[in-house]
Design a protein around this ligand. Structure first.
Ligand SMILES: [Zn+2]
Length: 527
């Protein structure tokens, strides 16, 4: 007697193979049998009536480290079929945060990870995971450990080389985090403090990972004019470390890089893979990204953290320096020069007097106050103490399509969880957008391949055992749906809309969605 028997399904097993007709039996949180199970009996029988049954979707790139402690966390994720997520990306994990720079670091992380719940102990990854295990989770959750967070624990946001003793402490923190069960390591080389490494310093910082098999997910040093160089740097790092490397949210920012940098990078990745390097990438299926608003500023002004940056934004001389750099410089990710202020929209502003600016472009904000765009931006950031986010339209759809098609490219959301204000659509719609737009409407991917990119590919990349497959013995994380009913309802101006079309979503053998409705089951595990 099984717990569940799903009869007459079109099974996509996550491998990319075509669908096959089968019954699937679940028992004790695992898949017990796949095949023709007419004689089987079960406590619950579901007639799939030819609908697709796939592994639960996996998003290895979210930023819900703090938000996961909120009571509603997981609903937008489940509605699009996600059963497993990894947080702690882009070098910015919420744990371990400790030492003299703790306050500065938490202030820096808050707009990305959804704040810090009252009383949460984030002094080690082990402590963080223990508290996560103590709350009922809707879906399976794992953590990458951010190298930016580790460096900030050791030296704060200082722009200098580390001493031997500091490398020693950094390696100690890294080894502890791996022992505490990190699912991988993340880098945020475009952000302070990791942007202060040169390539040799970075390789030295990552030395404990050499030949470890631990996957390193990297937000590269540049994603605009310097993006191809930044990829070459990561090929050097991958060669030196001999451990799997995944380029996070591969893209080319800025009109002058569109349709040239991405084809070049995909060719570089193919060559490197042929050479035997274990390097892959992932992509979010939108032309706009989202991160902290401070990342439009030259990164050297972030040395010293948010307090120092806020002071600089209030100092006429330093403002003038910042502005001169932003008007011409190409040696950093100069987003306003690359895409124009008209493509940058500040979001999640905390000060009541600034609320009206949420979702407006920088020139619109400037015009509404009779200011110049630089002054409007600097004043806004200063009055928010730099704790604001943005949604920035940065990439070309053709480039996104090319990466989505690459066989070694996974699909991720890069979902950030700002505290209030306008969210990015990708929090609500990424997997649904892949199925509805990229498979059904535009035919960029076949359904088996899309399902592979949402399941088996990320599971194997990050060593998530038992995930990403429909086969006996695998974890019973499953989605059941009719492709025709999959529908993304979120929009840029009204992003907080749950995706439609999932009839059943099983998490460890228990339906979190049944007959299209949330069951309120909380059967997720900490990975
Ligand atoms: Zn990133």
């Amino acid at each position: 007697m099984y717990d569940y028997l799903i009869q007459n399904a079109r099974v996509l097993d996550g491998s990319g193979a075509p669908a096959f007709q089968a019954d699937v039996a679940l028992q004790g949180g695992a898949i017990a049998a796949v095949g023709h199970l007419e004689a089987a009996s079960a406590a619950h029988v579901i007639d799939a009536a030819g609908r697709y049954l796939t592994p639960g979707f996996i998003d290895v790139h979210r930023h819900g480290d703090g938000a996961i402690f909120l009571p509603d966390f997981g609903r937008p994720e489940l509605a699009q079929g996600l059963t497993t997520i990894l947080n702690g990306n882009c070098g910015l994990s919420l744990a371990p945060v400790r030492g003299a720079y703790q306050e500065a670091l938490l202030q820096y992380l808050a707009p990305i990870v959804g704040g810090l719940p009252e009383g949460l102990d984030v002094s080690s990854l082990g402590a963080y995971q223990r508290q996560l295990r103590a709350i009922p989770l809707r879906l399976n959750t794992g953590m990458l450990v951010g190298m930016g967070t580790l460096r900030a624990c050791v030296t704060g946001f200082e722009d200098r080389d580390l001493t031997d003793e500091e490398y020693y402490r950094l390696h100690h923190l890294l080894e502890n985090a791996l022992a505490d069960g990190a699912a991988g390591i993340s880098l945020g080389l475009g952000y302070a403090p990791e942007c202060f490494y040169d390539t040799d310093g970075l390789i030295r910082a990552l030395a404990p990972l050499r030949r470890s098999g631990v996957t390193v997910a990297v937000h590269m040093r540049q994603e605009g004019d310097g993006v191809v160089e930044a990829l070459r740097e990561m090929l050097t790092v991958a060669r030196a470390l001999e451990t799997p490397v995944q380029i996070s949210h591969l893209k080319a920012i800025g009109k002058r890089n569109w349709r040239s940098a991405v084809p070049e990078m995909l060719a570089l990745l193919e060559d490197a893979r042929r050479e035997g390097l274990d390097i892959t990438c992932d992509v979010y299926p939108y032309p706009a990204g989202s991160t902290q608003l401070i990342h439009v500023l030259p990164p050297e002004f972030q040395a010293g953290g948010m307090e120092a940056l806020t002071a600089a934004l209030r100092d006429p001389e330093r403002r003038a320096q910042m502005r001169r750099r932003m008007e011409t410089a190409q040696d950093f990710e100069n987003i306003s020069l690359l895409v124009g202020f008209e493509n940058i929209r500040p979001t999640s502003l905390q000060q009541p007097k600034n609320k009206r600016f949420e979702g407006m472009t920088v020139p619109e904000i400037a015009a509404s106050q009779g200011k110049d765009p630089y002054d409007a931006l600097f004043d806004l950031l200063a009055s928010e103490h730099c704790a604001a986010s943005m949604i920035d339209t940065i990439t070309h759809e053709e480039d996104v399509d090319a990466i989505v098609r690459a066989p070694f490219a996974g699909i991720i959301s890069d979902a950030t969880y700002p505290m209030g204000g306008l969210m990015h659509r990708r929090v609500f719609g990424t997997c649904t957008r892949i199925l509805e737009t990229y498979v059904r409407k535009r035919g960029i991917l076949t359904l088996p391949d899309a399902v592979r990119k949402l399941t088996r590919l990320p599971a194997d990349r990050f060593g998530l055992q038992g995930k990403g497959r429909v086969e006996a013995g695998a974890d019973a994380d499953l989605c059941l749906f009719d492709l025709e009913n999959i529908h993304e309802t979120d929009t840029w101006l009204a992003p907080e809309q749950l995706a439609q079309g999932m009839d059943y979503v099983f998490v460890n053998g228990v339906p979190a969605i049944a007959e299209g409705r949330f069951t309120d089951a909380r059967n997720g595990r900490v990975l």
